[in-house]
Design a protein. Structure first.
Length: 262
């Protein structure tokens, strides 16, 4: 089956899942919310939306594998695996901040082949197919061009998987370069914003595969630069993410490497 068919399926599924997630968001006072760690939350919405996505994948692509944030892994036989984040930005979600997304990536041969990031609040669907470009609501999207670091904004991710000592110098270096820094609480959404030209780059010392694989593919397909990684390795253990436009990537990589490899 073609990647275009897989991508169309993923887009439809993320939009359907987004409608379900938004219903929970609008009635979040009724949610059961548990804390997995510092600033790390999970709710009924996360669990139930992921179950819905898993059920649809199992029905449509029964031989594919499934990896998700909230439930166990499902081994596949086809060599194609789906990686799910039902709600990226749960802290925002449970606090009523409308910056969260539904994320789905398709992986084979150690590479992300299709990716979708759907924002149910703005009704924006970012998508990409390896070798087929990247789109926003069906229209081609591209990273920013000709914008120097001092004239743009870079997003910086941070979680309880890393120490504050490694994130502070990144922010400091961006300020010293004259850039604005940004954090919206959804790494996937920030990556989509890089792909669509709204941000110049995104840096995070450690991300899980379900948060970043789709967005990394989008940035690459939209003309940006992404630090090379094996998608299967990311599924197993996550890793650092460095992305940017061709104009600023080398500088951003230098900033991140200096802070994280010190």
């Amino acid at each position: 089956m073609s990647l275009t068919t897989k991508s169309a399926f993923a887009i439809d599924l993320c939009q359907s899942a987004g409608r379900k997630a938004r219903e929970y968001f609008e009635n979040r006072d009724q949610l059961n919310v548990d804390q997995k760690g510092a600033q790390d939350w999970v709710s009924d919405a996360d669990r139930n939306v992921e179950v819905f996505i898993r059920e649809q994948i199992a029905a449509g692509w029964p031989e594919d594998g499934i990896f998700g944030e909230e439930h166990g892994d499902t081994a596949g036989q086809s060599g194609f695996d789906w990686v799910i984040d039902p709600i990226d930005g749960t802290t925002n979600f449970v606090n009523g901040i409308p910056n969260w997304t539904v994320v789905l990536a398709g992986v084979s041969d150690g590479k992300t082949q299709v990716g979708v990031i759907h924002d149910p609040i703005t009704n924006e669907t970012f998508s990409a197919v390896r070798g087929g470009g990247a789109t926003l609501n069906g229209a081609p999207m591209h990273v920013a061009t000709g914008t120097a670091l001092e004239n743009g904004t870079v997003a910086v991710g941070y979680s309880n998987r890393v120490t504050a000592e490694s994130i502070v110098p990144v922010v400091g270096a961006l300020i010293a370069q004259g850039a604005m820094f940004h954090r919206n609480g959804s790494g996937a959404l920030s990556l989509a914003y890089v792909a669509s030209g709204r941000l110049l780059g995104y840096l995070e010392e450690h991300m899980n595969a379900w948060d970043c694989l789709a967005g990394q593919l989008m940035i690459a397909e939209a003309g940006g630069v992404v630090e090379a990684q094996n998608a299967d390795d990311m599924i197993r253990g996550g890793g650092r993410v460095i992305t940017g436009t061709p104009d600023v990537f080398d500088t951003l990589k230098g900033i991140a490497t200096s802070a994280w490899d010190a």
